[in-house]
Write a protein that binds this ligand. Sequence first.
Ligand code: LMR
Length: 391
Amino acid sequence: MLETLNPQPQDKILQLIAMFRDDPRSDKIDLGVGVYKDATGLTPVMRAVKAAEKKLWEVEKTKTYTGLAGEPAYNAAMIRMILGSGFADRAASVATPGGTGAIRQALELIKLASPTATVWLSNPTWPNHPSIIKYLGMKMAEYRYFDAESRGIDFAGLMEDLARVQQGDAVLLHGCCHNPTGANLTADQWAQVTDLLLTRGAIPFVDLAYQGFGDGLEEDAAATRMIAAKFPEVLIAASCSKNFGIYRERTGILIALGDATRKPITQGNLNFLNRQNYSFPPDHGARLVTMILEDDTLRTDWKAELEEVRLNMLTLRQSLADELRRATKSDRFDFVATHRGMFSRLGLTEAQVNTLRDQHGIYMVGDSRINIAGLNAKTVPILAAAIAQLT
Ligand code: LMR
């Protein structure tokens, strides 16, 4: 049987992790995978997470199975963090293994409810989105998103493409901090996009993996909240990997908003999907998140540290934009300072990306996406000088 298997295409982001690890150069710079790093290159365990883990060790009495949908307190706390109040009656939800688990379950739910629906993705998007959709054999379409010239949004192209969405199609939207570009819709553009999608009868499917990494915890949820208030049905896949720094604990949630009278059936279907795919979702990370969100002291400290992380990335953005201005004697990289979240797509060619890797030991994804948090005060001028040499 196994001899019939064919090699699978490599995930570009994961491939980069291996290449970086195997590079013997001591001055190599990792701007690849989307993981936050402090100035020393460490992805730290957040203070509140450490404190919650210590407390959990003391008070946890059992490791018996959790609920099939996760612990109700986790789901309730996450729904509050993402949507604020007023949505609990309409929200069915399941805890999932990370944000990827939530995306996978959301796609399976769409497939179960509406097997012929098309899922619309921004061009570009996180490479695992199309990969999972293809694996599930679902229909997929693209809408224009990024303007390669300005490195901002191609808003006219986006609106033109989304005007072709059919009734019942799902449209995947990055709730904040677009991955891989770093270019985000303004509040006014969000309003126009959602008005258009409403007239098309689309189901918004929000991927919210970076809440708190862009403009702030509340600000980054604004678009998702507006969508939740406007549409009768919405899917939201959220991750705690980045904002709680608990990547390996695999902590995510899928929220399905719909008619309150249909909530028990939607919930039953979400539970069914969890049971089919992995039974009970992981609990450790979810429990830490619940403890942090429910405790005033832990929550305050977590928010403060998340804000430090966000501001650190903003400072790095500004200093990279300044250095690039100096090094290239032009303003063509000013967009780096206005992008938000972990990433910016620089607009370099694949050959230029390869040159940066081969000659300077600077690793970024092939589409020239950089992880801003991979930089520090020492490496910002090194990157800027290397880019200036190319251009
Ligand atoms: C990324 O885009 O780098 C992250 O979301 C990590 C991943 O799983 O790809």
